[in-house]
Ligand binder design. Structure first.
Ligand code: GLA
Length: 859
């Protein structure tokens, strides 16, 4: 190693002082031969592999390199050499044994090959033009008959350099490159076969010799036997793909963001794949996706096209979240990945979730906690059927995630590019807490709309009135809403439909005109009245759906997604409109535009209350039916994008029968999401905890309702820990509850900037013990808000805040304390951050369904 370093120093020194020294001849043996691989022993400068002088067929050579098949040497020329000459053959030390082939490769192209040379044969002269070659590779194969006695001599090997050129440099035997963030890197390696390999994540000392199992973005049909990332039927019917590495391009998109595009192609077809990694340096977040294009004679069928296929160590725990309607994200499951394939997926077509969110956590080399462990969490940005597979072949775990290949073959035309959905990854070596804080930082900048703007306090009428309302009933809510501090009124389902009025969920979807009986002059007077009372006004819509009981359905029965020859299957009495049909795209856009153009409407809740069960389109050709799943989501995103851009000042809530569309594919067009129709605050403590691994609390709508008949103070405290709203009939609320609610709103307004932009620390896991606790710390660590939710009676034990500035002094103050309860023992007292984190704070709550919200303010 010392000699290697010395040699490098000498070369550098010479190169700096007088680079022109290298104009002329450079002996191959003068380069750093430690980088040359050999099948036996180590490469020797100016000697044969056995240590004796170089000799071929009796002829001796003073210069050259003695090696042993199989051997590889990579040399960086950077276009500075013009010629390579040598005499090659089997060294005389092998007698008449041994057979080898010498191959010279420039920038991936074979420039010269010797054919098989045997022991005792004369040296073969080499004279190769190197003009323009950046990287030279010298290889010796075993001639096809095994390596024994394959003593191979690159005798007299030398390069002619251009005048003034810097010296050639020996490179590591395999081309490697990494994509990196501050604390995380994925390292790739190009194999001798030209394929791209990946060093498994989480392995301390990964094997540097690539094996077929380690191929990155593995393709079906040509040797890879595990779960592939890519499965293609080429235009000529060939079901195999074999990609080789072409090169990469790295661009700095900002001081914090670097995009790496890795190019691969199939030498047998005009078929290309680009692997993309957008690295967010400080957040340790990776956006990963794949682009596929070709110029074959006809369409290529993509049967499987993962967004990611990262390879990990075998010691991995997977945490995922199962649920159902009203129970979204409610059941976290952590299990060790055992050999075989673990699949998380959905086949719902127009949304990712009802039962399974497309987000998960991988803990490497042991189970992670909030503060410890290596964690790699992923979330697929796709609002349709998805599939995440963890393929453990006992040598590594491949984590594949993308559009669900189920029934979704896609026909890619020549010249078109298929872009997979993005996979969002975040890395932490300090457990789950750091993981979600870094992800939240990324989300506020890139994952959602207006991620730095605190959200308004909102009153929704759904749980208060259901479908049963008219102008007066709603207008009567405005004054009491304003009186307690509400900022926005959201009118929910039930305002439209005339021939088929929307008085229940059986009719009206598709007929987006305000109901004349309820709103004789349309919605504008109601919105204006809200504004007159000092409230913003928002509206519910479900533009993708239709009830059979609607004018729209009667006029356009072929606009719905259904299967011919099968009875229509309704969910919530409704059908999905076929968004692949241009006329439907136009109809939905006109619907959205006309609703959001009503004067004074500045907020909208976009709902989607069913999923696909009969995926047939009368618009798509019979042999293109499988494209419905993908084309629908693409058309949906086009619509959401147009909506967000056309109405930049209209806030948008993402909803799908509760939490069916909580994913980063849709969220980037929205300001917040509706996590579940279950608003029982006891359930929400658990649900919001689980969502908070992947989504910032400011995006999680949390409404105070009567669900579960919990104490008002508890319900308010839970809503304050996320994006606060209400679903209540304020005209019927008892005065004491109203007072608690008004107090909570006033307190929330005081702290909502900390909830919106602060760092979240999860302190006590409500799934595990008798309480849930969180704190939020402002970016400068001067302000802290602590939440404690008592789910069961517990001894009065302290809560230990985290993330405080240890040296700073904080004064404790309980916000909106529950009436009649004794004040906290530390109320109004001041402590250092260090004391508070070490000794804890005794909250005012200890009994089931008590809560305590406290503020720690700087002295
Ligand atoms: C869905 C939503 C609810 C409400 C209803 C209206 O279920 O999740 O919040 O808007 O639709 O029909």
């Amino acid at each position: 190693m010392k000699s290697l370093l010395l040699k490098r120093l000498v070369l550098t020194a010479v190169a700096c002082v007088a680079p022109s020294v290298f104009a002329g001849t450079v002996w191959l043996s003068s380069l750093d031969l430690e980088e040359m691989t050999t099948g036996w022993s180590v490469a020797k400068a100016d000697l044969g592999i056995m240590g004796s002088p170089l000799g071929i067929h009796g002829e001796k050579f003073a210069h050259g390199v003695g090696t042993h098949a199989t051997s590889k040497f990579r040399v960086k020329l950077d276009g500075n050499a013009n010629r390579f000459t040598a005499q090659v053959g089997v060294d005389d030390s092998a007698g008449d044994q041994g057979s080898v082939e010498f191959i010279i490769i420039g920038d991936g192209k074979v420039l010269w090959r010797s054919g098989v040379l045997k022991g005792g044969e004369a040296a073969k002269p080499v004279d190769v033009n190197l003009a323009g070659v950046q990287t030279l590779v010298l290889r010796v194969t075993d001639g096809g008959d095994g390596e024994s006695n394959d003593h191979a001599d690159w005798a007299n090997a030398k390069m002619e350099m251009n005048p003034g050129a810097p010296p050639p440099i020996a490179l590591p035997p395999f081309e490697t490159f990494s994509v990196k963030t501050k604390k995380f890197a994925v390292t790739f390696q190009v194999g001798d076969d030209g394929r791209l390999y990946q060093r498994p994540i989480g392995v301390a000392d990964p094997n540097t010799k690539p094996q077929r199992d380690d191929e990155f973005y593995p393709q079906a049909g040509d040797g890879y036997v595990w779960e592939p990332a890519l499965q293609v039927v080429h235009a000529d019917g060939n079901t195999s793909t074999a990609l080789v590495y072409d090169g990469l391009a790295q661009t700095n998109e900002s001081a914090d963001v670097e995009l790496t595009r890795v190019h691969l192609h199939d030498p047998a077809y005009p078929f290309e794949v680009t692997l993309c990694f957008r690295m967010h340096y400080n957040e340790d977040v990776i956006e990963e996706w794949t682009e596929i294009r070709h110029q074959e004679s006809g369409p290529v069928t993509l049967q499987r096209m993962a967004s990611t296929s990262l390879l990990l160590t075998t010691n991995v725990y997977l945490t995922y979240f199962f649920g159902d309607w009203g129970k979204e994200m409610l059941v976290p499951i952590t299990e060790k990945l055992t050999p075989g394939i673990k699949v998380l997926d959905s086949k719902l077509g127009v949304r990712a979730d009802q039962f399974q969110n497309p987000s998960f956590i991988l803990s490497l080399n042991g189970r992670a906690t909030e503060t410890n462990g290596e964690v790699f969490a992923g979330s697929l940005a796709w609002s349709g059927s998805f599939q995440c597979e963890f393929d453990n072949n006992n040598r590594g775990i491949r984590s594949l995630c993308g559009i669900n290949p189920f029934a979704s073959a896609f026909h890619l035309k020549p010249g078109e590019t298929f872009v997979t959905p993005k996979m969002i990854w975040v890395w932490s070596d300090h457990g789950l807490g750091e993981m979600s804080r870094k992800l939240d930082d990324w989300v506020r900048d890139f994952g959602m709309r207006d991620g730095h703007k605190p959200r308004p306090v909102l009153l929704n009428n759904w749980e208060a009135t259901g479908f049963n309302y008219d102008f007066n009933r709603i207008a009567n809510l405005f004054a009491p809403a304003k009186a307690i501090g509400t900022e926005l009124f959201l009118l929910d389902d039930g305002w439209f439909g005339n021939k088929y009025p929307r008085i229940n969920d059986d009719a009206g979807l598709g007929d987006w005109q305000a109901n004349h009986k309820r709103f004789p002059n349309g919605l504008a007077p109601l919105a204006a009245d809200a504004v007159k009372h000092g409230l913003h006004f928002g509206i519910w819509m479900e533009p993708e759906m239709v009830n059979p009981n609607s004018v729209l359905f009667h006029e356009h029965p072929n606009w719905v997604i259904c299967q011919p020859k099968r009875p229509l299957e309704l969910q919530r009495n409704q059908l999905v409109l076929d968004l692949t049909r241009p006329a439907v795209q136009e109809f939905e856009w006109q619907t959205i535009k006309s609703i959001l153009s009503v004067p004074d409407i500045t907020y909208a809740k976009w709902d989607c209350n069913r999923y696909l069960t009969q995926p047939g389109s009368s618009y798509l050709a019979p042999d293109r039916q499988s494209e419905l799943w993908i084309n629908y989501v693409h058309a949906l995103y086009a619509l959401m994008d147009k909506t967000a851009k056309t109405f930049p000042d209209t806030e948008l809530m993402l909803c799908s029968g509760g939490g069916g569309r909580v994913d980063y594919g849709a969220l980037k067009y929205f300001d917040e999401f509706w996590p579940s129709d279950n608003t029982d605050p006891v359930v929400r403590v658990l649900m919001q905890w689980d969502y908070s691994y992947f989504f910032p609390p400011m995006a999680i709508a949390s409404h105070v309702t009567l669900s579960g008949h919990r104490p008002m103070h508890f319900a308010c405290s839970v809503a304050m820990s996320a994006c606060f709203g209400m679903d209540l009939d304020l005209t019927k609320l008892p005065a004491e509850d109203k007072a608690i609610l008004a107090g909570a709103i006033a307190a929330y307004k005081q702290i909502r900037d900390v909830i919106a932009t602060g760092d979240l620390y999860r302190l006590a896991d409500p799934h595990q013990g008798f309480r849930g606790a969180l704190d939020f710390v402002s970016p400068d660590r001067s302000r802290v808000v602590v939440f404690v939710f008592q789910l069961k009676d517990g001894q009065n034990v302290p809560v230990y805040p985290q993330g405080l500035d240890p040296a700073r002094r904080y004064t404790i103050h309980e916000l909106n304390p529950a009436p009649g309860r004794a004040a906290m023992p530390q109320e109004g007292k001041t402590f250092t951050g260090e004391e508070l984190m070490h000794d804890g704070i005794m909250p005012s709550c200890s009994k089931t369904l008590e809560a305590c919200v406290m503020e720690l303010n700087p002295m």
